[in-house]
Structure formats: C-alpha cells, structure tokens
Design a protein around this ligand. Sequence first.
Ligand code: GLC
Length: 799
Amino acid sequence: MITNTELEFKGDLYPSKIVLMEQDVDSVFFHADNSVILKLTVLRDSMIRFRYTVKGYFSNDFSYAIDKSHSHGYNFLEVTEENDYYQVKTSKVKCRIQKIDMRVSIFDLNDKVILEDELGFHWEECYEHGGNIVKMSKTSKDGECFYGLGDKATQLNLKGKRVENFATDQYAFSKDQEPLYKVVPFYIGLQKKQSYGIFFDNTFRTYFDFCQERRNVTSFWAEGGEMNYYFIYGPQMQDVVTTYTDLTGKPELPPLWALGYHQCKWSYFPESNVKEITAKFRDLKIPCDAIYLDIDYMEGFRCFTWNKEYFPDPKRMVAELAADGFKTIVIIDPGIKIDKEYSVYKEALEKDYFCKRADGPYMKGKVWPGECNFPDYTNPEVREWWAGLFKELVSEIGVKGVWNDMNEPAVMEVPNKTFPMDVRHDYDGNPCSHRKAHNIYGMQMARATYHGVKRFAYPKRPFVITRSAYAGAQRYTSSWTGDNVASWEHLWIANIQVQRMCISGMGFTGSDIGGFAEQPSGELYARWIQLGVFHPFCRTHSSGDHGNQEPWAFDEEVIDITRKFVNLRYQLLPYLYTMFWQYIEEGIPMLKPLVYFDQEDIQTHYRNDEFIFGNQILVCPILEPNSLGRRMYMPRGQWYNYWTSELITGGKELWVDTKFDQIPMFIKAGAIIPKYPVQQYVGELEFDELELDVYYKESKEKSVVYEDAQDGYDYKKGRFSLLSFTTIGKGNEFYIQLYKEGKYDTNYTKFKINLIGLPFKVKEIRIDNEKITYDKRIFDSKNYLIIDKEFTELNIVGI
Ligand code: GLC
C-alpha cells in the first residue's frame, strides 16, 4: 500500500490519524489529531455525504443546490471498528475509513471496490484569500468511464479530460473550450459495469481531472470552501441519475406550449416585423408556439421598459399574437442601467439592493445599456423585489415567459468577462465574496424571475429560460447552451451538450438551432432542425447580424424539411409531455445517451451521437454535409426503422441509408407511441382520436401516456390521465392491455390504432373478450383500427 508521505505534494496538507469516532443518528464524525473532521452522513442506503473541515469545527451548512424536499432515510446503518479502519455499512454499500490517514474506500456488499481514495482529502492553505484550496483524489481503474458535468462541449465520455467549472460568457465557444456558461459539479463513474456518482457541492471555481494528469487518478478540487461531496451508488446509471436529480430537485411541469417550437432572433422589432414573422409561420403552416423579443424591445436596454417607438402598445400586440396562438417571451438581463430617471434603478439604489465592492462602492460594469449596477440575487429580499417587478409584464401586458441572459454574470470590456472577485454577496445570510457566489449568481437570478413569473402567471404555469445555471437550477428554469456557431462542429457539440445536460439533472435544454453566430447553409439548418425537434427545448435563435434564420430564409426543400420535422414534434407532443412527466416524477432524463440506456454493453461507453428520445425512440442525427446516410451503433434489442418499418436487431454497428428529409430514427419493438394531429400551436385543434402507433413485438413491452389540462396546477390534485399499456405478442396473437389512472378525462373518446410490424394476417379482433366486426379492408390499406378509448384488453388474432 502506498502511503501519503510517498506521494505528498509540496504545500499540501493531509489529515493525520483518527483519534476519535462519534455517531450522531445518521452521521458519523471522525476526528483526526490535527483538527480535521470528516462528517459522514448516510442520507439513503445508496447516498452518503462526505464533509471535511480542517478547523476542528464546521461552518454553517448551507447549499443552493440541494432540494430541501429530497428523499432521505435508510433501511440499515451499522458502524463497526476494526484494527485498521472503521466501517459504516448500509443496506447497499460499505465505507471503510482508514484510521491512519482518514482515507475512504467504498465497496458493494460483495466486497467489490466501487471507489477508493488515492490521496483522498488534502488541502493547501490560501494565504491571499484565506481558507483553503480543497482537494480530493481517487484511484481509477483502467477502463473506467466518466459522464455528466453539464454543458461541456467535449466528447460524452470525459475520460482523459480536465474540466473547469466557472460560469463564463463564452461567445462562439469552440469544441473542448473551458469553462462554459453552466456549472454542474456532478459526474458519473462507470467501472466494471457498475455506476456511481459524485456531486461536489462547492460553488467556488472547481476542477475535475479524469485521468488526464495521472493515468489512474481522478481528482477534483475547489479554490475555496469545503470538501463537501455526495457519493451516490448505482449500480445502474439510472439509479445514480435519478438519485442525483432527486437530491438537487426537479421542476414542475411546464405548460405544454413550452414544448412546442420557439422562434427567436436578436432582435425582432418593431412590432410590424414581429407580426410579419408570426404571420409567415401561419402562412407556411410551420407550427410555432412562441416568439421572442430580444433586448431591442426595451427603452435603451433598460429592463422592464418598452421602446414605445418600436412597440407603441405592447399589451395590444401581445394579445393579438396570443389570438393567433403565439406566446410572447421577453429577455431580462441582470445589468440595471445607472440612470437616475429610471425607476428600477432608483428603487434598487434606495433599497440598497445592488452588489458592492469589498470597500463599499457599488459594483459597476458595462453591459448592453452601458454602465450598470447589478442586483444581489443572493439576498432573499432582493429576490422578492425582483419577483415583484414582473407584475406589469406578466399580469398586465400578458407576456408568457421570461428569458434571463448575461447572468454568469457577464461584464463587457474587462479581461475576466465578469465581476471582480472582491464583490460582496449576501448568500442568504452567509456573507461572502464573488469567489463563492459567482457560480450561483445566474441561478439565483433565474430563481427570482421564476417566482415572479409564477406569481403573476397564476393559475397558468410559468416559463423561464436561463443561460447560466448551477446544479439545482432545474427546479426553476429551462436553459439553452449559449452563443454557439453555425458550423457542423457545433451541431455535433449541441447534440452532446443536450444529452449531457439531461444526465446532469437539467434536461429542459436546447441549443440555438442553426447556430447563433454566423450564417448556416440551408443544409446545416435542416440537419439542425432535424436534431433540435428531439431536444427538450426547441428554439431557433441567431445573432441577426448576418442573414436571416427563419425557415424561409432557405430554399423550398429546407422549408419543407423544417415543416416536416416540426410537424413531427407536434405529433409527438403527448410522447414528449410523458417524458417530461417521468422527469419531474422520477428524475428520469428525457434524453438518454446510449451508455445510460445500456451500460452493460461496452460498445456504448464511447458513443456520442446516438441517443434515446424518451424511452422508446432511438435517434441518430446526421452531422456531416452531403450525407446519404451514416454509420451508427444500434443498441441491443429490436428496433423498427421509423421511415421504412423494417425490423432490425441491435447490438451492432451498421450503415443506415437516409434521404435529405430523414435522419436515422428507430422505434423500440413493442412500443406504443402516442400522437396528436399536427397543430399550428398547442390547443389549436380539438380532436376526437388519440393516434397510437403500435409496434409489434414477440413478448412483452410497456408504454405510458401522461396527459392533463396542458397548463395550470390541477394535475397536482390528481387531475391527470395516465394510460399504461402493455403489449404482448405470442405466436399468432397480439394483446394490448390498458390500465388507467387519474381523474382527468381527456377530450378525445377514441384511439386510432396503427398496427406496425404484425407478423400475421388479421383473422379476428376481440375487445374485452367480445369479438368485433370490422371492415377487413382497413388492414389492407393503412392498418388503422379506431376503437373506443374505454377498453382493458384488445386481442388481435392472426391466421
Ligand atoms: C447574448 C445571448 C443571446 C442574445 C444576445 C442579445 O449573446 O446569449 O442569446 O441574443 O445576448 O441579447
């Protein structure tokens, strides 16, 4: 065994030997004789928190990330002492803490090592700022893989990479560029087909090194604060991600329209331009639910004001747009223009709500309006005030959503692009410098915005989107990946970023479709839309300083492709909404990278491009120009080609032919995919049938469809409809069983069943054991079977 002294780095300090162990209900304290204390808390059988101090006592325990309502409680906890170590055992794992140096090893119940300290906890004193640089290193076995960490623009598996977490306005970022806009210090390790997670809940600048510096070592460290991390045991990646998401929280359901298509540009103005854009969507019959107003709607970029020349009567305009099915979303930035005539500025000044420098002056920085001061959103009173500012926008003018930008926070014309580190923050009664508050500034802004929009949108649901975020921000807001570029490489990046965000708890995310900077070719735009409709958040946005980026900026073929894929998204709305519901109920990521889908199959460990949309649709975007298809990995199981209905057995790499108006897309055999008719916006049509694409499978498969009033909060009182389908294929019989829950009665009365892949000719159909007569011709043409939605078993018998 190597000892710490052999590996010691100059300046690093280590815990010395443990001299005392004390247990207090769910926590065990290990005291070293040099004032280091490790507090180990068992939160769940599969989740243990490790908190270290070097001072002999712990400071106030406070976190913006942790959802106070997360589930905790365990079935079993036993603490024992051996000669060389203490052992803390739960019903899932054993932790051993070495007496000599406090190093920790975690095992499963079969004594298989899951994670082991290398140097373990160590630290370096920081003379300049006080406090310590806190460090942790773990040994890593060959073949170990790493995933997670939010918006990183690099390959999905982070093995061999070092990443930095410091929220940054990274305009036109490039592949592998660090750091980016969001901070999610959570990763998943996968070793020997077993997954575990680490959430390092420290808001200072943090780093993670995944075997880049040293081949068999993974480390993470922070420029201040505590070594404070949560270990989450899988062994399935599903368990790690859902436990992490439960710990840091889930959002409420968004209004269904927010899952529609959104159109944005910097900027649509004046009013006539906005109307031209929205009218064109309706003319061309490309569905669209939301239109965005970027900074030019304001008077001199002052938040909560309107430029009356461009928008003389915002309330009327917003109402007219609403009558045509468009929800208006406006941008609100954190920088408040220094202007004695401006009411928001005056009020914040009077109430002392702006951030201050260490020596007293207000934090001053340039953003769009010129010199600005910045509210301290880490002060609960400031958040409350900020929330109140949305009254006019939301209650009176009728704005349906708010877009928070520049909240890393971004400052222009300064080398570090943000606040100086001496700026002071309240941090909810734990005063600190910007070093500690920087990474959560954007999240707290979005949180305050969310509470405001929610208050005034009531009884409807709010919609908020943010650029910067810290772990847990998903409780309040959706997000986008920031200022990307119209390039093929960025299409690749967008695909990975959104998958990564999904397994990092923050799934309601999308990229600027087509790219923000520079002009996409029609082909690139079409390929991006074909991917973007499968992202939880789906919006075209562009910087507007080049050509246009509405679908009609491109040729007819691209317009048709855009319509075809946006139509598909609108058809799949009940499927997408069900995915969202599974995310808010159980923390299940809406997009699943292949490794999440099947971690036992090592072929999936380094895949980047293919992902599962929801639970049953496999998507693989086309990421190169002039493609007539591509090679892809088909995960294990049986899959139907969506376009041709051909049945393919997975577990292999293959070439898939596609046309320009297709991307490789496959449906899991046995799945039932619900579809609405194409609508130009959510709620446009009333319809009497829910279409169900039913894919035959020999053996059993389950599918669910969640629906509710599509807005409002009645769903929380049980007014939802949950359809649980089981399909069973057995020789020449096929069964569809249905079990219903919930108190919401959907408007439609029938199912329009589309049977795909039936291996036999239909002889007889029984509904709840009664033979029905039907027109045989339907199975010769389209295979549609229209039946009443009240049934429990449908039996299709073949010849
Ligand atoms: C930032 C945002 C971008 C927005 C622009 C103007 O660059 O990331 O989305 O359009 O500011 O507000």
